[in-house]
Design a protein around this ligand. Sequence first.
Ligand SMILES: Cc1cc2nc3c(=O)[nH]c(=O)nc-3n(C[C@H](O)[C@H](O)[C@H](O)COP(=O)(O)OP(=O)(O)OC[C@H]3O[C@@H](n4cnc5c(N)ncnc54)[C@H](O)[C@@H]3O)c2cc1C
Length: 297
Amino acid sequence: MKPSGFAYHRPSTVAEAVDVLAEVSPAGKVLAGGQSLVPMLNMRLAAPAHLVDVNRLTELAYVRVDDDGGRRTVVVGALARHTDVEHDAAAHAALPLLREALRTVAHPTIRNRGTTVGSIAHADPSGEMGAVLALLGGTVELRSARGTRTVAAAEFTTGPMETSAAPDELVTSVAFPVPEGRTGTAWTELARRNGDYAVCGVGVLVRLGDDHRVVAARAVYVSMGPVPTVLDLTEPVAGQDPRADDDGWAAAGRLAAWRLDPDDDIHATAGYRRQLAAVLTERALRTAARRATEVAV
Ligand SMILES: Cc1cc2nc3c(=O)[nH]c(=O)nc-3n(C[C@H](O)[C@H](O)[C@H](O)COP(=O)(O)OP(=O)(O)OC[C@H]3O[C@@H](n4cnc5c(N)ncnc54)[C@H](O)[C@@H]3O)c2cc1C
């Protein structure tokens, strides 16, 4: 199929882009890497009257690590492709979870074109990057002709393919806070084929205290609900030695499976997804805890 007709706009600056969006709102759609939007246009699942192509906004093609008095943040501009984030050495050194999760996003050819911000703006419940942002308590920066605002990840994604961005707003960047202290992270998922969306995906964060025992554990899930689901799993693993083979890890997996409420679909039953969540959570927590012991503080 071919898309329905639309007017095509190609601004050169952010200021121009937000002016165009204001003019055509609510009939405009931002076109970034096009890896999700173009198929939707072709299948006529979306039929905007105006497309605002942001690919000339080179001022948004950046990945950087900010340091505000020791509080570090990886900031990703709207025109950074997944591959730019994946291969950025400073971002990887600060936050290895980004590369680990990105390697499960589609295939390299799609990552060469698709943007990390576009993926978060798209708000697919199977999208890894929105989940990583939610796990870390990150933020989304939005700009329109009316001004700039910053929204917490938890308030940005409001439902499957739904966000709190207004039709005239451009997401200019997202900020991933770097966890402080002796903290390890891990991403793991199961997909039917390499590069497919996950049947269940899990990202975790484990923090150790000065005595090298667990003080906090948190997990986020994709494909397990309408939005990325963040769970606090501290209780079953608190005080645990990361090197000991305690049964807290498995208990945390069971707790996650019990608290998640996925749907059946053509790929898997809800019961199978819960079982996967239990196994993957245990595995990811063990990995993250081991990594936390290697962090120099
Ligand atoms: C075969 C295939 C497999 C895939 N597998 C995965 C996967 O496993 N995991 C995963 O996470 N993704 C996957 N994707 C999607 C991929 O990550 C896309 O790149 C991403 O979802 C959208 O990024 P984009 O830059 O291509 O955005 P586009 O397709 O251009 O836009 C997507 C949506 O976001 C909006 N948007 C984009 N940028 C902005 C902005 N700056 N401000 C406001 N709105 C904006 C657009 O208006 C549109 O509604 C897959 C895609 C394909 C084709």
